[in-house]
Design a protein around this ligand. Structure first.
Ligand SMILES: NCc1[nH]cc(CCC(=O)O)c1CC(=O)O
Length: 309
């Protein structure tokens, strides 16, 4: 006898998204003593996976990763959706809430195609479509040239193998979840900062659905939640859009949170850094850091943030 489905879980259909959905299902089943059939997966090909020849910022931004799942969630076709939190817009509909943040995986980026940034050959062609990765690279290695690389992890590795670029960046978390943890070389966060919420899986549900919220609470990881809430608070305070190059990393350190952030001009020529230590939950400290970063930024950087005079 199999259990009838207890939770309907929406996910994008990409291999990485499916791996994340399987991890979420496994954690739910372990926490509640369910068998696999208790969690029914609802995969969808997201708009963001369909148009691959233009930068995400041009075609609608991060909303394209969640559009279809948001509709299903709002209509009650599914009880919850699994997302890479770094792909989820900072401002979400009031009707939804982040019911669980799973234990965060490796937060770092990996460089594939060279063993370090210093080892990239002079004027190397590097594939990425993330403004943060492009600007951060050009800041450290202004001789390099950036070409657009979109598509899922396998597509990007395929483009690299086909010689479309000499190197690319991929999130360590994504590679590990795809069983490709040995690919590339992790970049030290002292040299290279990841994206806000990188490595975090979020499970979203309806804010008025107490039953699902209770089921998801069992797999929520409070330390990971504290980190990503701080990183997302920085994004919200900066008001950055898809075009802005924001790198941020928050870690637990000695009972406090340590947050480091950098803003870049799109060409990487300018960079503004900041770092703070604060008590978890003191998001006011993060807002002050955002104001401080912007006050030290050039007009070229500030132009990328909304709400600035
Ligand atoms: N933008 C695509 C995306 N969204 C989440 C991940 C990896 C998993 C994660 O960072 O949580 C990736 C691939 C990548 O950036 O290499």
């Amino acid at each position: 006898m199999t259990t009838p489905p207890i939770l309907r879980l929406g996910t994008r259909a990409s291999p990485l998204a499916m791996a994340q959905a399987h991890e979420t299902r496994a954690r739910l089943c372990a926490a509640h003593g369910w068998d696999e059939a208790a969690v029914e997966l609802f995969p969808v090909t997201a708009s963001g996976d369909k148009v691959l020849d233009r930068p995400l910022a041009e075609i609608g931004g991060k909303a394209l990763w969640t559009k279809e799942l948001d509709q299903w969630l709002g209509e009650g076709v599914i009880d919850a959706s699994v997302h890479s939190l770094k792909d989820v817009e900072t401002i979400r509909p009031d009707a939804f809430t982040l019911g669980a943040i799973l234990p965060r995986a490796d937060k770092r980026d990996r460089l594939v195609g060279a063993s370090s940034l210093a080892d990239l050959p002079p004027r190397a062609v590097v594939g990425t479509s993330a403004p943060r990765r492009a600007a951060q690279l050009l800041n450290l290695r202004p001789d390099c040239r950036v070409v657009m690389f979109r598509g899922n992890v396998a597509t990007r590795l395929g483009k690299l193998a086909a010689g479309e670029a000499q190197a690319t960046f991929l999130a360590a978390a994504g590679l590990e979840r795809l069983g490709q943890g040995a690919v590339g070389h992790a970049l030290d966060p002292h040299e290279w900062l990841p994206a806000p919420s990188q490595g975090a899986i979020a499970v979203e549900c309806r804010a008025d659905d107490a039953r699902t919220q209770q089921l998801l609470a069992a797999i929520d990881h409070a330390p990971s939640r504290a980190e990503v809430e701080a990183e997302r608070a920085l994004l919200a305070a900066l008001g950055g859009g898809c075009q802005s190059a924001i790198a941020v990393l928050c870690n637990h350190a000695g009972g406090e949170l340590d947050l480091r952030a950098a803003l870049f001009s799109p060409d990487g020529a300018e960079r503004v850094d900041a770092q703070i230590r604060f008590a978890a939950g003191n998001l006011r400290a993060v807002e002050q850091l955002a104001a401080d970063l912007l006050s030290r930024s050039s007009p070229a950087i500030r132009a990328l943030f909304e709400g600035q005079e």
